[in-house]
Design a protein around this ligand. Structure first.
Ligand code: SIN
Length: 281
C-alpha cells in the first residue's frame, strides 16, 4: 500500500500522500482514496504532474464523468474535462463579471441528476488569493435545531441554472437552455455510501421551496443558507500548483473566491449521479 491519508484539522478534508499521476492506482489503494473522500468530504493530493488522460481516467473511477453544459470550455484532450481559466489572456479565459463558480453551489444541482463528486486540478494559480471554499453539509444538517429538521424532512426545492450566480455564469445558448429545464430535488438527502443525512440546498441554484408559499420559502431558505454557511462548517482550500482537490459534491457546497487579478487556470472533472434521487427516508 503506497497511499496514506492524513485528515486535516477542521470540518472537512484529508491529504492524500503517495498518489502519482501516471500508471493505474491499484484497486486497494483506490479504495483507500475513495473511502477518504466519503469519510472526509474532500481530498487533497499535492504535487501531481499535469497529465490530462490520467486525471480523466483516475477521476472516472469514482463514477462516470459527465461533460459540462458549457461545451465551449471542454478540454481538447477530453470533453469530460473542462477548463476554468481567468486572466490568462487566452481564448479559453472566461470573461463573466465574476469568476466561474464564485457563488455557493453544489455542481449540477440544476440537473435532474446532480453530480456525486467534482475534481479540480490547478495548472496556474495567482500569487495571492483564488482559494476555493467548501461547506460540509452533513455537519450543517446535524447542527440544525430538531424542529427545523422535522419541518424540512419532506420538503422539495426547485433548482435552476444561473439562478443567483451574480454574474459568474454565462448565458446559455437556446440549445443549452432547452436541455436544462428547472428540476426538483429533496431538501434532505441521505448519502448512499455513508448513510448520513445531508442538507441539500445551495444559494446559487435553489429558487424556492415548493410546498410552502413564496414568503415562507424565502424566509426558510435564508435561514438554511445562513446556517449552512457558518464558519464552523467551512473549509478554505489554499491552492498550490499541480494540486488535485476532490469534493464529495453530495455532502457539500463550494464557492470560488473572487479576490485575484493574476492568471488562474483549473481543470475540472465532474462525476455524474449514480443514485436515484429522493427524499431521505
Ligand atoms: C467550480 O465551482 O466549479 C470552480 C471552483 C473554483 O474554481 O475554485
Amino acid at each position: 500500500m503506497s497511499i496514506k491519508i492524513e485528515p486535516l484539522d477542521g470540518p472537512m478534508g484529508a491529504l492524500v500522500h503517495g498518489l502519482e499521476s501516471s500508471g493505474r492506482l491499484s484497486d486497494e489503494d483506490f479504495a483507500t482514496v475513495e473511502q477518504a473522500m466519503y469519510d472526509h468530504v474532500a481530498i487533497v493530493a499535492p504535487d501531481l504532474e499535469e497529465n490530462v488522460p490520467w486525471m480523466r481516467d483516475f477521476t472516472a473511477r469514482f463514477g462516470p464523468l459527465v461533460p459540462h453544459v458549457l461545451d465551449q470550455y471542454h478540454h481538447p484532450e477530453g470533453f469530460e474535462v473542462s477548463i476554468i481559466a481567468r486572466n490568462t489572456g487566452t481564448s479559453e479565459s472566461r470573461s463573466t463579471a465574476k469568476p466561474a463558480g464564485a457563488f455557493w453551489h453544489s455542481d449540477l444541482s440544476y440537473e435532474k441528476k446532480p453530480s456525486d463528486a467534482i475534481f479540480l486540478y490547478s495548472t496556474q494559480i495567482p500569487s495571492k488569493g483564488g482559494d476555493t471554499l467548501a461547506a460540509n453539509m452533513y455537519l450543517a444538517y446535524d447542527g440544525l435545531p430538531e424542529k427545523t429538521k422535522t419541518r424540512i424532512e419532506n420538503l422539495t426545492t426547485t433548482h435552476r441554472w444561473g439562478w443567483n450566480t451574480g454574474g459568474a455564469t454565462p448565458t446559455l445558448t437556446q440549445e443549452q437552455l432547452d436541455t436544462h429545464p428547472d428540476v426538483v430535488h429533496p431538501v434532505v438527502r441521505r448519502h448512499p455510501k455513508t448513510g448520513r443525512k445531508i442538507l441539500f440546498v445551495n444559494p446559487g441554484y435553489v429558487m424556492r421551496i415548493n410546498e410552502v408559499g413564496q414568503q415562507e420559502s424565502d424566509e426558510l431558505l435564508e435561514e438554511l443558507f445562513e446556517h449552512a454557511l457558518k464558519p464552523e462548517y467551512q473549509y478554505r482550500h489554499r491552492w498550490e500548483l499541480n494540486m488535485l482537490l476532490g469534493i464529495d459534491n453530495r455532502a457539500s457546497m463550494h464557492a470560488a473566491v473572487d479576490d485575484y487579478t493574476e492568471p488562474r487556470r483549473m481543470l475540472r472533472m465532474i462525476v455524474g449521479c449514480t443514485e436515484k434521487m429522493g427524499i431521505a427516508a
